[in-house]
Design a protein around this ligand. Structure first.
Ligand code: NAP
Ligand code: MG
Length: 488
């Protein structure tokens, strides 16, 4: 689409210059709460633009690497300060661009700021070990060295947090960056990059190229001068990242889908379990990789739990996330809405019982948004499509079990293993769950969603590949170890 350039048009950021794509073509960013409203336009970039950005990052990598960790950390502190000053504006853009409610967007923006400060501090922490050498007079130690140019490909569901939790460690450990954010969240990403520019980050250290995954994303994957690729998104795209990276020997890391269970044991605190199920499953319209989608309930508490869950879910207010009294916003776009509705149809045809929702809200004011009502199924069997595949929408499936052993069997019976939780007061149940659950994150009496930036994050099975993200674990991907031997 070619449109007149306006102040709402965001260009690529390469070598600290905002420049248009060689395509001279733009992509509109739409408000999912009102598809008639455009949030802005971003560049529909080409492989040439990717090449330009990679060249800039490659050129900058030596001087950036040669700064001390503390010096790089100072840049991150400055970026955090700029983001803090622009907090409101960034959060509002986020809500308007991808639909999550303003309080959630504010929380996410605050998290981005905290991540920057956490990694700023990492610049002054130890990077290696001294190892006793066989020659008593020699010094043998390890250090961490950057990969060089890191390619970052991100999804739309955490448009501030995910780009920041990849860029901040990439930078502090001495890498330069080319980032391609999701089209659905590229304006928000551009605002984060503006904060980096305003903080005075040196030329070429971070480069933004917006556009289509199949062109810009693939261009990053294939580029011979991109030394590492960190990707968060769907399993199908993750697979092409892996194939491309393996083909040319680049390091890669993948964070992908989930099908996260919550187990409600007979002795669970009923109110807390219900609130955690709703919050974990339906906040952000179920569009979190750690969202709860399978609710595995022991039979003794099933009837009570179901009744309370239905009652509390009926109270959810749906609408534009910018409005004060709204708890749940729309799906991110029409394709995602259609996907959710088609999974709901599949649930019905495969014999699950629809207890609540399953359709779009009737309110004419919501007509132009990609809304779907919170949906709850029961009589869901573990093999059904809605119990196996990631839906990425506000759909909960209730599965009734008699024992905790059975609950764990059902919980593990999926290809994914990102996050899982149990509600119980019994310590045997807790430890059995912690031992047996195949997931990268296990949470006892907490909802499945929500992660802390100072702790490692990632999954097992089809959910992740490669080293963990976040916390100090992030250095495993963003650096390699150099072992040094010195004989004076
Ligand atoms: P997606 O479709 O896989 O897109 C992710 C990114 O990859 C986007 O920037 C996309 O660009 C790009 N892309 C698409 N096709 C590509 C290709 N052929 N080559 C290279 N890049 C390509 O995922 P999404 O719909 O944005 O996000 C939802 C998914 O992310 C869910 O599966 C969710 O579970 C997962 N997720 C995982 C985590 C985690 O940490 N485990 C966190 C959040 C989300 P476009 O702009 O063209 O889409
Ligand atoms: Mg949008």
């Amino acid at each position: 689409m070619t449109v007149q350039t306006t102040e709402m048009t965001y260009q690529n950021f390469i070598n600290n210059q905002w420049i248009a794509s060689t395509s001279e073509d733009l992509i509109a960013s739409i408000n999912p709460a009102n598809s008639k409203e455009k949030i802005g336009y971003v560049q529909n970039s080409t492989r040439e633009d990717v090449d330009h950005a990679v060249k800039a990052a490659k050129h900058a990598k030596k001087t950036w690497r040669q700064l001390s960790g503390a010096e790089r950390g100072n840049y991150l502190y400055k970026i955090a300060d700029v983001m803090e000053r622009r907090h409101e504006e960034i959060a509002e853009t986020l809500t308007k661009e991808m639909g999550k409610t303003l309080p959630e967007a504010k929380g996410e923006t605050s998290r981005g700021i905290a991540i920057l400060r956490y990694y700023a501090g990492e610049g002054m922490r130890e990077t290696g070990d001294v190892i006793p050498a066989s020659n008593r007079k020699a010094l043998m130690y390890t250090d961490r060295v950057p990969l060089g140019v890191v390619g970052i490909i991100t999804p739309w569901n955490f448009p501030v947090a995910i780009p920041v939790w990849k860029m901040a460690p990439a930078l502090i450990y001495g890498n330069t960056v080319v980032i391609k954010p999701a089209q659905e969240a590229a304006v928000t990403a551009a605002k984060v990059i503006e904060c980096m520019e305003e903080a005075g980050l040196p030329e070429g250290v971070v480069n933004l190229v917006t556009g289509r995954g199949s062109i810009v994303g693939q261009g990053i994957i294939d580029h011979p001068d991109v030394n590492g690729i960190t990707f968060t998104g769907s399993n199908s795209v993750g697979k092409s990242v892996a194939e491309g990276a393996v083909a040319r020997g680049a390091k890669y890391q993948l964070e992908m889908g989930g099908k996260n269970p919550i187990i409600i044991a007979d002795d669970a605190d009923l109110d807390e379990a219900v609130e955690a199920t709703i919050s974990g499953g339906l906040r952000s319209t179920g569009q979190k990789c750690t969202a709860t989608s399978r609710v595995i309930v022991q039979e003794g508490i099933y009837a009570q739990f179901k009744e309370k869950l239905l009652q509390r879910t009926r109270e959810i207010t749906i609408g534009n996330g910018m409005d004060d009294d709204i708890w749940m916003g729309p799906c991110v776009n029409e394709a995602q809405l259609d996907t959710v509705l088609s999974y709901i149809e599949k649930g019905k045809t495969e014999g699950a019982t629809l207890l609540l929702g399953g359709d779009r809200p009737k309110d004419p004011e919501l007509e132009n948004g990609f809304y779907v009502n919170p949906t709850i199924f029961e009589d869901v069997r573990p093999g059904m499509t809605i119990a196996q595949e990631e839906i990425f929408g506000p759909v909960l499936s209730l599965l009734k079990v008699s024992t905790i052993e059975e609950a764990l069997e059902v919980a593990n019976d999926v290809p994914f293993g990102l996050s899982a939780s149990i509600f119980t007061k019994n310590t045997d149940n807790m430890f059995e769950f912690i031992d047996e659950m195949e997931a990268g994150l296990v949470r006892v009496n907490f909802e499945t969603a929500g992660v802390e930036l100072q702790a490692p994050f990632g999954g097992v099975k089809d959910s992740s590949y490669g080293p963990r993200e976040q916390g100090s674990a992030a250095k495993e991907f963003f650096t390699s170890i150099k072992t040094v031997y010195i004989k004076p």
